[in-house]
Ligand binder design. Structure first.
Ligand SMILES: C[S@@+](CC[C@H](N)C(=O)[O-])C[C@H]1O[C@@H](n2cnc3c(N)ncnc32)[C@H](O)[C@@H]1O
Length: 232
């Protein structure tokens, strides 16, 4: 079976109003919506972001939520990717268009490009729609810029055991930490700098913190973004 089009859609950080008009129009029409989740008992947060659009639709899309466990075990991941491909194709009878949704923007640490790799032979055309990133949303709520002038920004997904990250942290003017797990290490490297922490930004239970790095607790939630500026 071959589908006519696969869309990779960034749905933004969680606030449905931060969805682009382009994403909205595609999601109103797509025959199938694919959204990854980390386990069988967890709901997809990207799906939660667009559930209003699905409710509005008279012609409901088929929704497929393949599980992608949070693991670095490549063999396990390959197994789940293959399973996801089969699940989508099994449900695609009568479908022309598939929208793969992802939180934030698809170009940043998203599962979309991995999905595209295993799925590209099953579609004629591919289109990617950008989304508002979590850190753009954090910066807007804080009313503080991430960078100005010639400042260099770095995005750090994990500090632990990454010598490159340590070097980057020491040299960048502005830093964005995704799911910051090692707050003590970050504090030790950066000192008591100004910080913005956003947890579940854009969702109803969003929490924001603006202040000094040393006042911050280790965020417990996976959807946490920390922005630190060296000098303001
Ligand atoms: C796999 S990355 C995906 C990034 C996403 N594609 C983006 O453009 O923001 C997941 C990380 O993004 C950040 N993140 C995504 N959505 C967020 C939100 N609503 N609030 C806070 N952080 C978020 C968190 O650091 C989370 O651990």
């Amino acid at each position: 079976m071959k589908l006519s089009k696969l869309y990779g859609i960034g749905v933004g950080p969680g606030d449905p109003e931060l969805l682009t008009i382009k994403a909205y129009k595609i999601l109103k029409e797509a025959d199938m919506i694919v959204t990854p989740r980390s386990s069988d008992d967890k709901r997809s947060l990207a799906l939660l972001t667009i559930e209003g659009i699905i409710k509005e639709r008279k012609n409901k899309p088929i929704v497929v939520e393949p599980v992608f466990p949070m693991t670095k075990d490549q063999a396990k991941l390959a197994f789940y990717w293959e399973k996801a491909r089969e699940e989508v194709l099994k449900n695609a009878e009568g479908c022309e268009t598939v929208a793969f949704i992802t939180l934030g923007d698809p170009s940043l640490y998203s599962t979309f490009y991995r999905f595209l790799e295993i799925f590209k032979d099953a579609v004629d055309e591919v289109e990617v729609v950008p989304g508002v990133t979590s850190f753009s949303a954090c910066s807007s709520i804080a009313k503080a810029p991430i960078a100005e002038g010639n400042e260099i920004v770095s995005i750090v997904p994990d500090v632990k055991g990454n010598a490159n990250a340590v070097q980057i942290i020491q040299n960048a003017d502005s830093l964005i930490f995704l799911k910051p797990k090692n707050m003590d290490e970050i504090k030790a490297m950066l000192g008591n700098k100004k910080a913005i922490l956003g947890v579940k930004v854009g969702f109803e239970d969003q929490k924001m913190f603006f202040g000094k790095l040393n006042e911050l607790q280790q965020p417990g939630h996976y959807l946490s973004t920390l922005i630190v500026k060296k000098e303001v």
